[in-house]
Write a protein that binds this ligand. Sequence first.
Ligand code: BGC
Ligand code: CA
Length: 228
Amino acid sequence: MVEEIYDDVVSFELNINVKAEKDSLTQTVISLRANFTAEAETFLSPIRNLIEERDQLRDHTSTVTDINVKAEKDSLTETLLSHIRNLTEERDQLRNQTPTGTVTWLTHGSSFYYRLERTKNWNESRQECQKKGGDLLIINSKEEQEFINNQSINAWIGLTDKEKEGEWKWVDGSALTTGYWRSGEPNNANGVEHCAVFLVFPPALNSWNDINCMQPSDCICESTKPPS
Ligand code: BGC
Ligand code: CA
């Protein structure tokens, strides 16, 4: 009996000790865990800051790069456009220069013929011819048509129906009698074609077309004396 009580007491004490030890261990684990988390935070926090800073720098860098690329592109575009503008101006000036000698002229019958590479509309072309002492070409015969056709020139001639649709007149005021129109021409396409151009298709004799008088083109002039 005494032994049994003794055993109980021993076992009771053992249990108390085990529990106390377990509680103490649990406390230790909890405290270690807390310490670890706090310590880990002291490491992680600067890393987080660095990552954030890196991302901000990345964003900033790409914005700066974008801005630089765009500025460079704009500047290059402006340079190119300015080159193009200068070249266009130079080309137009060269085109408008009419030094004697750059005009090639031909004689045929009693006329002098010359082509002006001016890419002007019909009215302006006519003025250019007049400045040189002539006028836009008038074709009075099949033979003259053949002669011009053989020169391979695409250019304005002195024929228009702008006063009255369908009434074609030469620049000297005479009415057109025989026309050398291409097949289907004149067709007054879109109702805006009132001036005639020579299109070269030798050996086809019929080579005229009516086009919009405002279209730029070379012109063929004719005069009774050499161009001035
Ligand atoms: C037509 C011509 C017209 C020209 C206008 C051609 O397709 O055949 O009649 O004058 O276009 O550019
Ligand atoms: Ca036409």
